[in-house]
Design a protein around this ligand. Structure first.
Ligand SMILES: [Fe+2]
Length: 281
């Protein structure tokens, strides 16, 4: 098979056309899909209807699964697939809601953040709820020599608790076990991609508390400059979801941001899975 593709953005992202994604892709087909993902940082395939079981199996072909610190919104039989939704049943939320509405890369507060995140659009509102993605490799490449010198070698403290205190001050406190999983970690500010050899400006809003050797206020000013650069229009792809859209992106090379929608009028439901990853270097 030779995949039919079209670019989504001049810097990154590709849509695979006329393809049915599932755990039963042949090895040859899967390697092509995997290579499209690694080369382009983000893959979109439309009109897919993966069950949670199939999504879990397909994600597993890339690598072993990663699990989010919050477990209550996963499928009991398929804990690798989490529900993101505003839907409520019997007064109980059926999934995580209002998460990721800031620029970030998934799970950077783990020593080994996840390589890949996969999202399946199951129920999509007619307006709102777009996801923005940006290329952190293109953003790094566009820095001038002086800026590269400043960021190369810097290290950042990524803190789930710092983000949670600012973004979700009313959220229920984490259990001791959850707290244990999300201790602050130090990550390089410039990350080398192990497959493509490209460097990425490895930033995230709110999650980075400070840079090593800099206090929090100074770090936040510098971080805001870096995020503002990385999220310039020339590095950003905006995805307007349709039901059946499957997107999987490379967290080693991109950031993303969810956006609000009218959650009183509309229901939105997405299924998310993630693979494990390695310590950034
Ligand atoms: Fe995310």
């Amino acid at each position: 098979m030779s995949l039919k593709t079209r670019p989504l953005h001049p810097e990154f992202g590709v849509e695979i056309l006329d393809c049915r994604i599932g755990p039963d892709l042949s090895d040859e087909e899967f390697l092509e899909v995997r290579s499209a993902w690694e080369k382009n940082s983000l893959v979109l395939v439309r009109n897919q209807d993966l069950s949670p079981a199939d999504q879990e199996k397909f994600t597993l072909r890339f690598r072993e699964l990663e699990y989010h610190v919050l477990k209550e919104h996963t499928f009991p039989e398929h804990p690798g697939v989490m529900i993101l939704t505003n839907a409520v049943e019997g007064g109980k939320p059926m999934g995580a809601h209002k998460v990721g509405w800031h620029w970030h890369t998934d799970l950077t507060y783990f020593p080994k953040p996840c390589d890949m995140t996969m999202l399946l659009g199951v129920e999509i509102p007619p307006e709102g709820g777009d996801t923005f993605f940006c290329s952190l490799t293109a953003a790094y490449d566009a820095l001038d020599a002086r800026q590269k010198k400043r960021v190369d070698g810097l290290r950042a403290i990524h803190s789930y608790n710092y983000m949670r205190a600012i973004k979700y001050p009313d959220a229920a406190p984490l259990t001791e076990e959850q707290l244990d999983r999300v201790r602050d970690v130090e990550q390089p500010l410039v990350r080398l991609h192990p497959v493509t050899g490209r460097r990425a400006l490895y930033v995230s809003e709110y999650i980075i508390k400070n840079f090593v050797g800099m206090d929090i206020p100074e770090s936040q000013v510098f971080l805001a400059e870096l995020v503002s650069h990385a999220t310039e229009d020339r590095f950003v792809y905006r995805h307007r979801w349709q039901a059946g859209d499957l997107i999987f992106w490379d967290n080693r090379a991109t950031m993303h941001k969810a956006t609000p929608y009218d959650d009183v009028r509309y229901t939105r439901r997405m299924h998310r899975s993630m693979t494990a990853g390695d310590a950034p270097f």
